[in-house]
Design a protein around this ligand. Structure first.
Ligand code: NAD
Length: 432
């Protein structure tokens, strides 16, 4: 007779400090794939939770000098096995530890899948960046950097931009870190301005990377790229450059939505003009030459390709059935819930999952880090062609596994990423 010692029960449930809907989704996704792979129990338990999580609270002065507010900040490193950790910093009013931990886990699989020598990390500050002045944003950024400074560094953990942060924020992080060290350390962050050792083509990399997969993905689901109708949610770093790249390859971008509203033009929006409008007015709302539509309708517009490039969880059980696109290219992290995934699979919609689809950003970030460490900078052509090569190679490997194992693309992508990390963990062993 076998008995179970309760003290040896595996703690693979995510009901811990990282508890949040997003972490639960990421952890369940991992558990489902681990089950399918027959992953070693010891490894499975280790990978089901982040290795290091830091929560900080810190003060910052508003522009009203005597007004001091407190902000929450986070940095999570999921796996330290593969090399330094890497992942963006998100500024948003609802950022929490669970969300940051979920995104760190996704980064681990993404880096392993595309073959980058990093573990996954993520950071965040719970503020609304649009409600702060430039000076307030700078003070928040510098103090947050000081709070997490022991955790980051070119050989430890290298932040990058994510939602609500940009090149300017990365420049402040680089400067704050360098002031503490006493010398310039460009390799501490990626996504910096080129004047500080930022890589050419980093700004466009995620959007361009998404569209580099479009021809192969479209061919597999019978969509012609030329004239394909594309709908994009989000017109920030990812959405804007995905729209530009999509227009360059002959697609018609018919619908775009962001925090300000949503617009539609069945003949195709003039993407260059739209970008100038967004720069001037802060969002797509009011763009002339397009109909203003209800943002909730965006996911259900008749189109061929849907690119969620804003926040997580936007394709869910409540709207997945209304999706008309035949192909979804996930620009955002975690835009599709597990339930929606099943509905889309049943409908025959092809979903190219986030961990491959938006990997262009971290890939060019990797190039930037390498260039900074070597103080030797590559041409734009070199960067763009190496990015394409890496993206397409990773995509083909996902297709191969999906066919061989008879699984959807997300499961295949996760299987590759998880398998590489598990293999590395096994050969490193357990210390001491
Ligand atoms: P960003 O801050 O530059 O832009 C975000 C865009 O989404 C803006 O247009 C904003 O108006 C819109 N948006 C925000 N909340 C929204 C909502 N509730 N409904 C509709 N629109 C909304 O951010 P980004 O860097 O473009 O990142 C977008 C997504 O892509 C995030 O999920 C991020 O994690 C992911 N991502 C970014 C990168 C990168 O290199 N920046 C790389 C990989 C993945």
């Amino acid at each position: 007779m076998t008995t179970t010692d309760p003290s040896r029960t595996r703690t693979v449930s995510p009901e811990m400090e990282w508890e949040s809907p997003m972490y639960k989704e990421a952890a369940t996704q991992f558990q489902n794939v681990a089950e399918k792979m027959g992953l070693d129990d010891n490894i499975r338990e280790r990978l089901s939770m982040p290795q290091r999580s830091l929560v900080v609270t810190f003060p910052y002065r508003t522009d009203e000098y005597s007004d001091v507010r407190t902000a929450y900040g986070y940095r999570v490193q999921h796996v330290l096995t593969m090399g330094p950790t890497k992942g963006g910093i998100r500024y948003a009013p609802d950022v929490n530890l669970g969300e940051v931990a979920a995104l760190a886990m996704l980064m681990t699989w993404k880096c392993a899948l595309v073959g980058l020598p990093f573990g996954g990390a993520k950071g965040g500050v719970r503020i609304d960046p649009h409600a702060l002045s430039r000076r307030e944003l700078q003070r928040v950024t510098r103090r947050y950097t000081a709070e997490v400074i022991d955790m980051i560094g070119p050989q430890k953990d290298i932040p990058a931009p994510d939602m609500g942060t940009d090149e300017r924020v990365m420049a402040w992080i680089m400067d704050t870190y360098s002031q503490h060290q006493g010398y310039a350390v460009p390799a501490v962050v990626t996504g910096k301005p080129p004047q500080l050792g930022g890589s050419v083509a980093r700004r466009e990399a995620t959007g361009r990377g998404i569209i580099s997969l479009l021809p192969s993905a479209a061919m597999r689901c019978g969509v012609a790229v030329d004239g394909a109708r594309v709908v994009i949610q989000g017109f920030g770093n990812v959405g804007r450059y995905a729209a530009i790249a999509a227009a360059e390859v002959g697609c018609r971008v018919v619908g775009v939505g962001d925090l300000t509203g949503a617009i539609y033009n069945g003949n195709g929006l003039e993407v260059g003009r739209l970008a100038r409008h967004v720069d001037e007015f802060g969002g797509v709302k009011g763009f002339p030459g397009a109909d203003q539509i209800d943002p909730d309708e965006l996911m259900a517009i008749e189109c061929d390709v849907l690119i969620p490039a804003a926040v997580g969880g936007v394709i869910h059980a409540g709207n997945a059935d209304d999706v008309q696109a035949r192909l979804i290219l996930e620009g955002a992290n975690n835009p599709t819930t597990l339930e929606a995934d099943r509905i889309l699979l049943d409908k025959g919609v092809m979903v190219v999952p986030d961990i491959i689809c938006n990997a262009g950003g971290v890939t060019v970030s990797y190039f930037e880090w390498v260039q900074d460490l070597q103080n030797y900078f590559w041409s734009e052509n070199e960067i763009v062609s190496r990015l394409r090569e890496i993206m397409i190679r990773a995509f083909e490997s996902v297709v191969d596994v999906s066919v061989k194992e008879d699984v959807d693309m997300r499961t295949a992508a996760l299987m590759i990423g998880i398998d590489k990390v598990a293999g590395a963990k096994l050969v490193r062993g357990v210390y001491p």
